[in-house]
Design a protein around this ligand. Structure first.
Ligand code: HSE
Length: 414
């Protein structure tokens, strides 16, 4: 049965204002914002001051409001507010990927206890309806892998690097356009992508994997040489969130990848996101759309609001049916590792080396490494090291004849 929706909106930043605009424009959705709560009383905003309240209890205690839309930045504050909204019997729509990734199971329990819906399509992939598709369309056995670009800011920066626009300038543009997080380290070091990956793992494979257990390497140290290496080989570099079934395990991580021209994500540019699913029988499918920005993200929030009209809830069927599948870091991955300092390369154990290059100012090595060992390095904080994953399938093991080949670079130039 359709229900009347009266919204209390918490937060009026880029997405909050976007939602306000499109709700006013879209006469198709019969929902109205009754109250908007913001933190900063003195900030200049796009609409008059009389539209705002400054206390969340104005929403929580208003019985007419049956939907809380939470669009604030601070994930811990958001967590407290969402719990209170559930306790007050209100459905919640959020786009707060960090909060959801870190607290999903607890939030789901509370939503169930209070018999309310909790929807968050806007948290992953911006305008792309990936969560609802994962929920509704794929059953547990048939989905084998998921990979793609789920951060608009980094894709924008990487795209601009192809036309010679530097990192700082591109990041400043992404901030101006409202794509970047207020702390852009979350974007550029791959944290935002891993919060999204954690949410995707739940909906794609039924797994709860805390973000702190997931490896994330961002794009800050993608070197000019890595970009020219990509150009020479006909690759492009994309920051991928990636998860797949490998044997009876599921593996996953976030890192820059070289992408071949026949990959669906190759031509995905600017703030566009793309998720490529691989199914046992469906083969590859691409979900593409704007992954950041005011209206695209607000459109996903709007879609959740409209789903609430019909009391839609995610069912998490894969969590219930996934008996044996476990998350694992036990696999091999082929990487490109570059540094001015050979010691920095030699620190990482390679199980097989394919290419070695040494000069007085640049050294790199390509080959297979054990992911569980790679994961122990904090490459986001190793300024001097550039790591990019090569376009090869992940492997459970590598042939033992390859294991013998573990040469180390020698310091020929000092
Ligand atoms: N900072 C995020 C991005 C916003 O760039 O993708 C959308 O989640």
């Amino acid at each position: 049965m359709k229900k009347e929706l009266t919204i209390g909106l918490i937060g009026f930043g880029c997405v909050g204002f976007g939602l306000y605009e499109i709700l006013n424009q879209s006469r198709l959705i019969d929902a109205r914002i009754k109250r908007i709560v913001v933190k900063d009383r003195y900030k200049r905003r796009e609409i008059g001051q009389e539209n705002f309240s400054f206390s969340v209890s104005d929403i929580l205690e208003d019985e007419e409001i049956n939907v809380v839309v939470e669009l604030i930045d601070d994930s811990e504050q958001a967590f407290e507010m969402v719990k209170k909204a559930f306790a007050a019997g209100k459905d919640v729509v959020s786009a707060n990927k960090k909060m959801i990734a870190e607290h999903l199971d607890e939030l789901l329990e509370l939503a169930e206890e209070n018999e309310v819906s909790f929807l968050y399509e806007g948290a992953v992939g911006g305008s792309i309806p990936i969560l609802r598709n994962l929920e509704e369309y794929y059953n547990n056995d048939t989905l084998t892998s998921l990979e793609g670009i789920v951060n608009g800011t980094t894709n924008y920066i990487l795209t601009k690097s192809n036309s010679g626009i530097g990192y700082d300038e591109a990041l400043a543009e992404a901030q101006k356009l409202g794509f970047a997080e207020s702390n852009p380290t979350l974007d550029v070091d791959g944290y935002d992508s891993k919060y999204k990956l954690s949410i995707l793992l739940k909906h794609a494979f039924g797994l709860t994997v805390q973000p702190k257990s997931l490896f994330n390497l961002g794009i800050r140290h993608v070197s000019d040489h890595a970009v020219s290496y990509a150009r020479e080989k006909g690759y492009r570099i994309k920051l991928f969130s990636r998860a797949e079934k490998l044997g009876d395990k599921v593996v996953g991580f976030v890192a820059p990848h070289f992408v071949k021209s026949d990959h669906f994500a190759f031509g995905v540019n600017d703030e566009f996101n793309a998720v490529v699913l691989q199914g046992l029988f469906s083969d590859q499918q691409l979900f593409l759309g704007k992954g950041a920005g005011s209206h695209p993200t607000a459109s996903a929030v709007l879609s959740d609001i409209s789903a609430l009209k019909f009391n839609y809830k995610y069912e998490y069927r894969k969590s219930e049916s996934n008996g044996e599948v476990e998350f694992s870091n036990d696999f091999f991955v082929k990487i490109y590792l570059e540094s001015k300092y050979i010691e920095a390369i030699n620190e990482v154990p390679f199980y097989h080396v394919d290419e070695l290059f040494q000069s007085d100012h640049i050294n790199y090595q390509t080959g297979w490494v054990k992911f569980s060992e790679l994961k122990t390095f904090d490459f986001n904080h190793k300024e001097e090291v550039s790591l990019v994953v090569l376009p090869e399938p992940l492997r459970e093991s590598i042939p033992s004849n390859k294991m013998a080949n573990r040469p180390l670079l020698e310091n020929l130039y000092t």
